[in-house]
Unconditional design. Sequence first.
Length: 224
Amino acid sequence: MPKNTLYEMLEVSENASDEVIEKAYKVLAKKYHPDLQKEQNKKSAEIKMKEINEAYEVLGNKEKRREYDLKLQMEREEERIRNQQENTNEDSSNQVIDNDNPNDIEKDRAIYQRKLYQEEMQQRKKMQENLNKEYENAYYNYLRSLGYRVKHKWTKENVKDFFIVIGIMILIFMALWFIPPTHDWLVNFYEQNPILKAIVDLIIAVVTGIFKGIWKFITGLFIV
């Protein structure tokens, strides 16, 4: 990770608003403009001005800033993992191992290193998934800002969440169905609404037909 972030180059916090970033850029640009410097300071001012312009080119653009923040977050997470592994390896090397069999020591070390590698891969995979999701959301938001209609893309997680919600709703309905007061209310509501009654009857008929077909198929497998 670089020693100085773009935020540090503009002398602002990472939570600074767009207005604060713009104001900081104008102040620094005026402060380090080569034409306003003494002759002996022009060279360093040009270098500083180049850094300021590069930083503002990214942080002054919402999409570029979002991408930079994600990249910065990933770099910091990778550095944290490296430091954690280095500290763990240092601690393990400082421990006194009382074992007369060197093969057992090498075996334990290999198992430990494999475990660290698996944990690191899981963390990297999770970070990459989050990064891809952020990029995808940013891309879709950009298309929406241009006036495009973006259809929702169903993923395995969306389908899983959908069935979980349906299952919870079914459980809630079953619980209400077996409570006498709510049971009577549901029956009356069902009887007094022809449209709802027709829909429910259709759903029950379809579900019943599906289960009957499955049962017939299963019993048919065991008929000789």
